[in-house]
Design a protein around this ligand. Structure first.
Ligand code: NAK
Length: 125
């Protein structure tokens, strides 16, 4: 039995998906892009600001599931410009403590709403 997680503290889904799915021992959080949850607009600012918003959005969904970044076992990061890798790492690391989750970072040609970064996570209860 799976359960959808929903919070108004993170952006509403922009397509037919749940913000997260509780699948028992694991919680799968959908890709977050840098939308302000109140306005549903892309945040203004550079890729560091976008990364910070993505992390805040992920944190809000995890909190709704009763979890935190300490529960995250896997991140996937999608970026539209691999030249942003170092900047994204720096902004990302501010939210995490060692041992860091497993991770993959891939460059893609486009992301929804024209943003530069999207991330999804898998968390273990
Ligand atoms: C933003 C997102 N998670 C999607 O699938 O479009």
């Amino acid at each position: 039995m799976v359960k959808a997680i929903h919070t108004n503290n993170a952006p509403q889904a922009i397509g037919p998906y749940s913000q997260a799915i509780d699948a028992g021992d694991l919680v799968f959080v959908s890709g977050q892009i840098p939308l302000n949850p109140e306005t549903m607009e892309v945040v203004e600012g550079d890729i560091a600001k976008q990364t910070e918003q993505v992390m805040n959005n992920l944190q809000a969904v995890l909190t709704e599931a009763g979890l935190s970044f300490a529960n995250v076992v896997k991140f996937t990061i999608y970026i539209t410009n691999m030249d942003d890798f170092a900047t994204i790492n720096e902004a990302y690391a501010k939210f995490l403590k060692e041992p860091y989750p497993a991770r993959a970072t891939v460059e893609v040609s486009k992301l929804p709403k024209g943003v530069g970064v999207e991330m999804d996570v898998i968390a273990k209860k």
